[in-house]
Design a protein around this ligand. Structure first.
Ligand code: G
Ligand code: MN
Length: 333
């Protein structure tokens, strides 16, 4: 699980990095006031120069992944506060299992664009997990503990780059979570840390979940979602209109957006489905939510989606899930 585990501070004039970490094993290894030469000796493959480049970026933003010689992975997130100091939070991504080194599997977040139906511009991305393994890119199967945390950290870092590339500080990124991620306080702590570390406005990071995922304990889920919203996350209700969603769910939910399931969008040639979709987007708007059409495989339906009241569209016709660099190229195009 990834959680905030400490703070860092970089002094540009003395060129020293102060790390304070909470977990005893890392506290012993990393806490202290470091010269970069000394720090690079306890890290796996990060030279003094690369550390410095990471801490003194042209725009002041810091998003550094450190791997200790023992294989622990920590992230520094944050940025410059003035000409002399940068600071931020330290996040733990956990222990490296060695699996990645054996080139068996590696987490590879990919990003699928979400387009505004009015402007036809990209307004955000859904981050999707892919494992790059021997058989090529695969979707992970089942509930992977810690996956959401890792995705959130990567997605937040990527969002900083996307915003710069697009010169659009309002871009958002959506990450899928499951009921497991809603147990405990880790997700709330992580969102708070990412929000303050990256200085994001509320709603920059949005969490997608399905009603199916939240059904285990409705009251508990609602409490958590309110806390997550208070911490700065946007809430998106995923796959609405497929098997397991009810209107009761919408009555209590503090959601910002409704994603209408691809199975409905792909039956647009049925006039009755059109009527249902129009009513759904109206209901979403009255409840203070935007609505997104998922699974758009034919660009020709875009004007109709807009007429039916959708705000956003996502699907293979508008952009496949793509790597960070392809997503940046897509934004520039
Ligand atoms: O459940 P969720 O809405 O998070 O689904 C995301 C999945 O849908 C991803 O695996 C993504 O690759 C897939 N997807 C995205 N756009 C399309 C599309 O236009 N058609 C189909 N069939 N799948 C899509
Ligand atoms: Mn989703």
């Amino acid at each position: 699980m990834s959680v905030p585990i400490g703070e860092w501070q970089w002094n540009k004039s003395t060129q020293r990095l102060t790390l304070s970490l909470v977990p005893p094993s890392l506290e012993r290894l990393l806490s202290g006031d470091w010269a970069l030469d000394d720090l690079s000796n306890v890290l796996d493959g990060l030279s003094r120069q690369r550390l410095r480049n990471g801490l003194e970026t042209p725009d002041g933003d810091v998003a550094l992944e450190l791997v200790t010689a023992e294989g622990s992975i920590v992230h520094l997130a944050g940025g410059a506060v003035d000409d002399y100091w940068s600071r931020g939070v330290i996040l733990s991504v956990g222990e490296s299992t060695g699996a990645a080194e054996d080139s068996v599997v590696e987490l590879l977040p990919v990003f699928q664009p979400i387009l505004c139906l009015r402007s036809h511009r990209v307004e955000g991305f859904e981050a999707l997990a892919r494992w790059e393994g021997e058989k090529g890119a695969q979707t992970p199967v089942g509930d992977m503990q810690g996956l959401a945390s890792s995705m959130l950290i990567h997605a937040a870092e990527s969002l900083v780059g996307f915003r710069k590339t697009a010169r659009n500080p309002n871009l958002f990124v959506q990450v899928n979570i499951t009921s497991l991620d809603l147990e405990g306080d880790e997700l709330i702590d992580l969102i708070s840390a990412l929000q303050s570390g990256h200085k994001f406005a509320p709603g920059s990071i949005r969490l997608e979940l399905t009603e199916q995922d939240a059904l285990r304990d409705t009251q508990q889920t609602l409490n958590r979602l309110h806390d997550l919203k208070a911490a700065g996350a946007g809430i998106v209700l995923d796959d609405f209109g497929s098997g397991h969603s009810s209107f009761l769910w919408l009555a209590d939910l503090p959601a910002d957006a409704l994603k209408v399931d691809a199975s409905l969008i792909q039956q647009l040639d049925n006039p009755r489905v059109e009527t249902i979709l129009e009513a759904l987007t109206l209901m979403a708007r009255r409840l203070g939510m935007t609505s997104t059409a998922e699974g758009v495989e034919d660009e020709a339906i875009m004007p109709l989606l807009r007429t039916l009241g959708f705000d956003h569209a996502q699907g293979f016709a508008l952009g496949r899930p793509m790597s960070v660099s392809k997503a940046e190229a897509f934004l520039s195009a």
